[in-house]
Design a protein around this ligand. Structure first.
Ligand code: ATP
Ligand code: MG
Ligand code: MG
Length: 550
């Protein structure tokens, strides 16, 4: 729908270009390095990068690292990796807001000199009280009318470490009666002795976000500063800062709606707790929707991009179903990945009339829907594995797979008829016996009779053992993400680990992030963390059944 028509941001940009307000555009993705990126951030990355691409502009990756408390180098590295992986090519345009601290300080001095900023000594509580409410105007601080000279001296002393943390702040002098509370003399600098990952202990005063962000954008020559809706009523302050500091060609802030997915956890503190309590295997646990988790699960940048295009860009908040993301990965992998046979819950199938020790090779298309992917030779012999759910002693109606007396096709091979089965003392089936009909080989043109069921298999002597992990949503979808007390509604069955699975030979050399369709089971990806040569581990990315209709 919105993929064909231009979204509202594209319309703004095209107007700005055609009216000569900007030459080439420059956009940016400005994460705070205080956590791992999630699917919501991917929207911002792809949007900003996509616009720069489309209009022949530039795209910056800028760390908004002006608040040192929660920032870590570890997050900087993971964010860079995620942005690159998504295809957000920032080339050498990697910036750190903390490199502009000096310029921000000078901008603040400039405001003081213009009589547009003052040092205030009200306590945090008093500042809040003086600020007023939505229905009541605020009142002026008693420090508001200090002289420029006194403000300059005090601000310099704040910088030089003469005052306690929190004892003074620098405020913009705007309008305590403004209907927009953000404009009621907002704080632009505070004193805080915090060690910074980039600037160390050089600074004991730090700029506030609403002051720092427009300056960062202006310094980098950002033309369109795209952010999410909650900043809409900060825009007058953004515009005030770039105007009063005096930047030519000031950047323009544009807001769009955040991407929300239904029944997923994105909140950092929740994920942190899941990690700490060992409920998930780190921030990249395949059940999470951090970018690193999606990558580990087997999602591709292309699928995430397709998803964002389907979501569109809008000004109204809405929540999108995870099934739509699943649809996109199926679409992306459908024609690209080999389709192989894998047995997840094996029982042995013995073809009693097939010669012992004989091996033949059957020709199998690598992808039935994409002939260009060619074919491969798959070994077939007397003893195979089939999936437990493909055999029943007493089948219900409409069960067309294997049961005593029934004939099915072994995919790409022969018709077999079940003659017998063996159970252990608990009644569990351990072996199924059948006979095959040599006339019925796939590709031989046999038309004598038809069967209703086709099942997959793996030849036992050459089968490659693998571990397979199946996932459900980590959230109990019936109950929603959160309980009334704010705790999470977790699904106790969100992971199933199958340790004794068998896949076709040829798959044993699969490397981290390689993915396949396991016929009839879904798409699977080699786990990058736990898989090793000789011990393959696969994550199911998605099953083949879709609940989403495009
Ligand atoms: P979170 O608290 O979930 O990490 P955030 O907004 O604090 O989100 P930032 O590091 O400040 O994270 O965000 C970097 C950029 O990503 C910002 O421009 C922000 O607007 C954007 N962003 C964050 N979450 C979403 C989302 N759900 N949808 C679209 N853009 C988002
Ligand atoms: Mg963040
Ligand atoms: Mg933030």
């Amino acid at each position: 729908k919105e993929t064909v028509s231009k979204n509202f941001i594209e319309q703004i940009i095209e107007k700005d270009i055609s009216e000569g307000h900007c030459g080439a555009i420059t956009t940016r993705f400005p994460p705070e390095p205080n956590g791992y990126l999630h699917i919501g951030h991917a929207k911002s990355i792809l949007l900003n990068y996509g616009l720069a691409q489309k209009y022949g502009g530039k795209f910056n990756l800028r760390f908004d690292d002006t608040n040192p408390t929660k920032e870590k180098t570890e997050f900087v590295e993971s964010i860079i990796a995620d942005v690159k992986w998504l295809g957000g090519d920032f080339e050498d345009r990697l910036f750190f807001a903390s490199n502009y601290f000096e310029q921000m300080y000078e901008a603040a001095v400039k405001l003081i000199k213009k009589g547009k900023a003052y040092v205030c000594e009200l306590t945090a509580d008093q500042i809040r009280e003086y600020r007023g409410t939505l229905t009541e105007p605020g009142k002026n601080s008693p420090y508001r009318e200090r002289s420029v000279e006194e403000n300059l001296r005090l601000f310099e002393e704040m910088k030089d470490g003469k005052y306690e943390d929190g004892s003074k702040v620098l405020r913009a002098k705007i309008d305590m009666a403004s209907p927009n509370i953000n404009m009621r003399d907002p704080i632009i600098y505070r004193i805080a002795r915090m060690h910074h990952h980039n600037t160390g202990d050089k600074w004991c005063i730090y700029p506030m976000y609403d002051f720092a962000h427009p300056i960062e954008d202006a310094i980098e020559g950002i033309t369109h500063s795209i952010c999410t809706l909650e900043f809409e009523d900060h825009r007058p302050l953004y515009d005030w800062v770039v105007e009063e500091v005096g930047y030519e060609n000031p950047p323009k802030q544009i807001e769009f709606a955040k991407l929300y997915l239904t029944n997923v956890i994105t909140g950092k503190r929740y994920i942190k707790r899941l990690v700490e309590e060992g409920i998930v295997d780190g921030w990249d646990d395949p059940r999470l929707v951090s970018i690193s988790a999606l990558r580990r699960r087997g999602f591709t940048p292309e699928s995430i991009k397709m998803f964002m295009e389907l979501c569109g860009v809008s000004k109204s908040n809405s929540s999108v179903d995870y099934a739509m993301l699943e649809y996109c990965i199926r679409e992306d992998l459908k024609l690209k990945k080999s389709r192989v046979m894998a047995v997840l819950d094996p029982i042995k199938l013995v073809i009693t009339n097939y010669p012992e020790g004989q091996v033949e090779y059957v020709e199998v298309p690598n992808n039935q829907e994409n002939e260009e992917m060619g074919t491969r030779q798959v070994p077939f012999c007397r003893e195979l594995y089939i999936d437990r759910e493909d055999f029943m002693i007493e089948p219900p109606k409409k069960y067309f797979r294997l049961y005593p007396g029934n004939e099915v096709r072994l995919m790409h091979a022969y018709f077999v008829t079940c003659t017998d089965y063996i159970t252990d003392e608990t009644g569990k089936v351990t072996e199924v016996h059948c006979t095959y009909d040599p006339e019925t080989k796939s590709g031989s043109g046999f038309t004598g009779r038809k069967v209703k069921g086709t099942i997959h298999w793996v030849a036992q002597p050459t089968a490659v053992k693998a571990e397979v992990r199946l996932y459900e949503n980590i959230v109990d979808e019936e109950k929603g993400v959160y309980n009334e007390d704010g705790s999470l509604n977790l699904n106790p069955n969100s992971i199933t680990v199958l340790k004794e699975c068998f896949v076709e030979p040829g798959v044993e050399n699969a490397k981290a992030y390689d993915s396949f369709q396991f016929l009839r089971h879904g798409y699977f990806c080699v786990d990058a963390k736990d898989s090793e040569p000789g011990h393959l581990v696969f994550n199911r990315i998605v099953s083949l059944k879709s609940s989403y209709k495009p």
